[in-house]
Design a protein around this ligand. Structure first.
Ligand code: CIR
Length: 265
């Protein structure tokens, strides 16, 4: 399929070992890799129909969390910073991602500290980075060096795994935010829309190139909220990934300023 000029989204297939993902609490019943694969395919299809050219990196059995590809790199324009993920079990995921990204962007590897891409939110002309249980001060400093003249704002993360677990962009100047993620005042220079309810992940959405918002099926209120703000909404079921502490953004690396020449089926 030809998709000249479309921004790229890179996803990573679900291995059978997905059942052994890192989770804050043991999964009962156990995670279901077959169901996760079906949901992952629907997620990739939604990215595609919303305007991304979707590319798939193969699953790696040794890395159960590898479908959460967002954590392994930060793409700014035509450059990517390959991260050193905060959880030791995830560090082996990065070489394959670096190799895949090199097709589109210049790749640099982080040399100090830890950083998860799930903590990095690019919106309002700034880069917000969560100081979280996964991203430390040295990692945040490495990101700031990588970003050069683009302002990097460190945001203490309250009760979520990552910053983007509870804050994500609706458009270039607006974020959805849940109070469990961070202090609202830290989100300088952007319009902040509070998401109701108890689950911070309800604020995790993906803005698609066609301007629509991808929401998780189990967060009905988020879809209603986005629609009430005038955004077209697409919805996918990612419940199996939510059980492994992941949201919608975690499942792809989005290269918004890189146009694909062709995409895989
Ligand atoms: C982990 O704990 O690393 C994975 N089970 C979930 C990662 C979710 N990623 C993200 O929020 N960006």
């Amino acid at each position: 399929m030809t998709a000249a000029g479309r921004p790229v989204a890179l996803v990573r297939d679900v291995p059978a070992s997905f059942v052994s993902c890192v989770t804050a609490q043991p999964s009962v019943p156990p995670l279901d890799a077959g169901l996760a694969r079906l949901q992952h395919a629907a997620y990739a299809a939604a990215l595609q129909s919303g305007g991304f050219a979707v590319f798939r990196a193969p699953a790696t059995p040794r890395h159960p969390d590898s479908p959460f590809i967002e954590d392994t790199a930060v793409v700014v324009g035509d450059r990517a910073l390959i991260t050193n993920p905060g959880h030791p079990s995830r560090r082996g995921e990065v070489p394959d991602v670096a190799e895949a990204l090199a097709r589109w962007v210049r790749v640099e590897v982080m040399e100090e500290g830890t950083l998860d891409g799930g903590d990095v939110l690019q919106v309002g002309g700034r880069v917000f980075v969560g100081a979280s249980m996964r991203s430390d001060a040295a990692g945040i400093a490495a990101l700031a060096r990588f970003c050069g003249s683009v302002e990097v704002v460190a945001v203490p993360v309250r009760a979520t795994l990552h910053l983007k677990s509870g804050v994500s962009a609706l458009d270039p100047d607006t974020v959805l935010w849940h109070p469990a993620a961070c202090d609202r005042a830290d989100l300088i220079g952007v319009r902040v829309i509070e998401v109701p309810g108890d689950d911070p992940e309800a604020a995790n959405v993906v803005r698609l190139p066609d301007g629509s918002i991808l929401t998780a099926q189990h967060h009905r209120l988020t879809a209603d909220l986005a629609a009430s703000l005038g955004f077209p909404v697409r919805t996918v079921d990612v419940s199996e990934f939510a059980r492994a502490d992941g949201g919608l953004t975690c499942l792809s690396l989005r290269l918004r300023s890189v146009g694909a020449v062709s995409s895989e089926p």
